[in-house]
Write a protein that binds this ligand. Structure first.
Ligand code: CP3
Length: 344
């Protein structure tokens, strides 16, 4: 397993061809996922280890991916903290009673992930037995800023006004919240590693809304605590979108691999990140809708900018969109393998 091309690339070791996996590689663009969702809610799937295992493996069976990602959701730790939520069709997540004041933060609970999220850890064991070493398994969790933003906004937001108002208006309470989230997420990721994941990705999906100075003040120390706690146990990936202006800060917070979105050319991003880290990315997910010649041209551009440097993991700049034809995803994974082999 340590010799898999995905794990080798995380460590910036040479590989035969560029490893590829896709954020949201399990999900609504696949007919077999939609079929399962007719009978079970998203949370049911997340809470039943056998269903989570089945969904995690769906893309591994259909697509030439070099890694599996645990099927779960970023928001699961919110419920045992006292912030129950649900997924509303067509709207995304909705937190029942979002945080509105410092007093709400004082009331939050802490929890033991091995108990409250034991079903996720059971799923990891089942997935690893089914995978039987075919490809490595990536575990994940949310970074404090992105998790706090859901807890405060109550769902998706365009400007993160409530989150920033709490950050600026009650910095002490913000830091207590972010610190509590960092401690829980770090413990949860260590538990995932003990349960058998081969690498972990920390999603700070919305952190690109912060300026470099605000990132340093309000996010960096908390995210860094997560990476410091994991230490060298397994390779770590640190991902966010809209991060072109804060890549240097993201790198400082931690991560063996930095995930970048499509808004910045990958070679420019890598210069800002530094040659001592691996880079993951960065095709625009909308290109997978077609026409495919544009998807291939842009893939060539990414591979050429990387120029065969060790430490590139091919991925999208964000998750696969539900309307993506599955054939395009299959073609893209094959193409990354064949085109990168020719370039070596
Ligand atoms: O990548 C994978 O294949 C693993 C599965 C995965 C899911 N959520 C399943 C899911 C992962 C890695 C996540 C992470 C996640 N969840 C993030 C961070 C990644 C990102 O996209 O930036 C966030 C912000 C969430 C919270 C969340 N969950 C939102 C905002 C939504 C609604 C968005 C949408 O597409 O409807 C979800 C729902 C969700 N989580 C789906 C899946 C497959 C949608 C599928 C469904 O309703 O059946």
């Amino acid at each position: 397993m340590a010799t898999s091309r995905f794990l080798r690339a995380c460590r910036r070791e040479p590989v035969d061809v560029t490893p590829v996996w896709f954020m949201r590689q399990a999900g609504r663009y696949m007919a077999e996922y939609r079929a399962l969702r007719e009978r079970h809610s998203l949370l049911d799937i997340c809470r039943a280890p056998d269903l989570a295992t089945e969904v995690t493996l769906q893309p591994v069976h259909r697509i030439e991916v070099d890694a599996a990602i645990l099927f779960s959701d970023l928001l699961l730790p919110l419920e045992p903290m006292g912030l129950p939520f649900d997924f509303i069709k067509g709207e995304g997540p909705q937190i029942e009673s979002p945080i509105t004041s410092p007093a709400d933060i004082e009331r939050l609970k802490t929890f033991e992930p091995r108990e409250a999220l034991g079903h996720v850890l059971d799923a990891i064991g089942m997935i690893q037995r089914e995978l039987a070493g075919r490809v490595p398994l990536i575990g994940f969790a949310g970074a404090p800023f992105t998790l706090a933003s859901y807890a405060i906004e109550g769902g998706h937001s365009n400007n993160f006004a409530r989150t920033k108002a709490l950050m600026y208006g009650h910095p002490g309470a913000w830091h207590r919240l972010a610190d509590q989230l960092a401690a829980l997420v770090a413990d949860y990721l260590v538990a995932q590693i003990e349960a058998g994941v081969d690498a972990v990705q920390v999603f700070d999906s919305w952190v690109g809304v912060l300026s470099p100075a605000d990132y340093r003040e309000f996010a960096l120390p908390h995210t860094r605590r997560i990476f410091d706690t994991i230490g060298g146990r397994v390779p770590t990936i640190h991902f966010g979108t809209g991060t072109a202006a804060i890549l240097h800060e993201l790198r400082e917070a931690g991560g063996d691999v930095i995930g970048v979105d499509w808004r910045i050319p990958i070679d420019t991003a890598w210069e800002r990140i530094g040659a001592d880290r691996a880079v993951q990315g960065n095709l625009d997910p909308t290109l997978l809708l077609g026409p495919t010649d544009r998807m291939f041209t842009q893939t060539d551009d990414i591979l050429q900018r990387v120029g065969g440097r060790a430490g590139h993991i091919f991925n999208l700049g964000h998750g696969i969109l539900p309307s993506t034809p599955v054939e395009h995803v299959q073609m893209l994974a094959q193409y990354v393998h064949s085109a990168s082999r020719r370039m070596r």
